[in-house]
Design a protein around this ligand. Structure first.
Ligand code: NDP
Length: 334
């Protein structure tokens, strides 16, 4: 698969270029940047043959099979629509777009065009989250009563740009991290949050956008979800806990880009360490995307998964700003 990168981004440099090249036939042939200079430097650093500032030129390259969009969030919509229009398969970063309507339009356009469209929710690809999901599905905790996500981290200095000050670029912790927590919750529990209450705040890094969020979601099954995201917590650690009538799962250090952490199952029988596969999350995500393009199965997170995670994050922000419980509006998401 020959990839064009749309966006000379940190995430592509740190994880995605390697993940694409780790596939048997994976090549990264182009990068599109808003700056000719930065694009050229990025291409040289990462051994990419061609760089440029013109998206249409990259999309006109018939040898490009798929694009990976990892620009700032306000750009995803127009770039994805152009790529779909050009017949390219699209792996798009979260949040898919600034609004639910735009995100849904992207996914519908891809369906109409017959191209694969996926959301890069990497956590679904981790062995740890798959192990937690399996424990729940096997009934090891009985009926799920509640789920708590701890995803309050310290934003690395090199990422303290648009995320903490540019609302117009999609900054803020809810579009950045709450979307991931919404996706993980949906993945683990197999159901979509119905209503949310929440609070957001600026607790040290945010300059006009929220750097912290806490929210509580109700699920159709009756389970309750408590979700905490932040950019300002150096020592909090991350994790997800699932509490049921027959047991509890403690997955510590697993809300991360790397295959790390530990899982413990606690039941009436005692405490049990749960092993999990430690494969690379992004390599797995790109592998499943390529499989889907080849007609074998679905990407790890589909476009509609990305629409739904955005819907939850938008509802959390709206609940916090309005002080009113929100019913999550999924539009016509499937
Ligand atoms: P970056 O800030 O690194 O990149 C975003 C854009 O900023 C790039 O497209 C680039 O513009 C520009 N840029 C990058 N570095 C510089 C620089 N040194 N000087 C000036 N401009 C620069 O963002 P991230 O890589 O952190 O995030 C990009 C997207 O990926 C976001 O949508 C984010 O939500 C998502 N993401 C997803 C993750 C996941 O695990 N799924 C993890 C991290 C991010 P240009 O392309 O015009 O050169």
């Amino acid at each position: 698969m020959r990839w064009a990168l749309i966006g000379a981004s940190t995430i592509a440099a740190q994880y995605m270029i390697r993940a694409m090249r780790a596939q048997p036939d994976g090549e990264v042939v182009r990068v599109v940047s808003g700056s000719a200079e930065r694009g050229a430097a990025y291409a040289e650093t990462h051994g990419i043959a061609t760089s440029g500032t013109d998206l249409d030129t990259a999309l006109a390259d018939a040898s490009v099979d798929a694009v990976y969009i990892s620009t700032t969030n306000e750009k995803h919509f127009a770039q994805a629509m152009a790529a779909i229009d050009a017949g390219k398969h699209v792996l798009c970063e979260k949040p898919l777009a600034m609004t639910l309507a735009d995100a849904a339009a992207m996914v519908r356009a891809a369906e109409t065009a017959g191209v694969v469209f996926a959301t890069n929710h990497h956590l679904r690809c981790s062995g740890s989250h798959r192990a937690v999901r399996d424990l729940i599905a096997q009934g090891r905790v009985g009926r799920v009563l509640s789920l708590r996500v701890h995803h309050a981290v310290y934003l690395p200095e090199n990422l303290q740009g648009w995320r903490i000050k540019a609302a117009e670029a999609g900054g803020g912790v809810t579009p950045d991290i709450t979307v991931h927590d919404a996706d993980v919750t949906r993945f683990l529990l197999g159901e979509d949050p119905e209503t949310v209450v929440g609070q957001i705040g600026e607790t040290g890094l945010g300059q006009g956008v929220e750097d912290s969020a806490m929210s509580v979601w109700s699920m159709p099954s009756g389970a309750m979800v408590m979700s905490h995201e932040s950019f300002t917590h150096p020592f909090a650690g991350s994790g997800v806990e699932v509490h049921g009538t027959e047991g509890s799962i403690f997955a510590r250090g697993v809300m991360t880009q790397n295959p790390v952490g530990e899982i413990e199952l606690v039941t009436a029988e005692g405490r049990e360490a749960v092993p999990f596969d430690d494969h690379d999350l992004y390599v797995e995500g790109v592998r499943l995307f390529a499989e889907a393009v080849a007609g074998r199965g679905q990407p790890a997170a589909t476009g509609w998964d990305g629409v739904k995670s955005l819907a939850v994050a938008l509802a959390v922000r709206e609940a916090a700003l309005s002080g009113v419980r929100q019913t999550v509006d999924y539009g016509d998401a499937k």
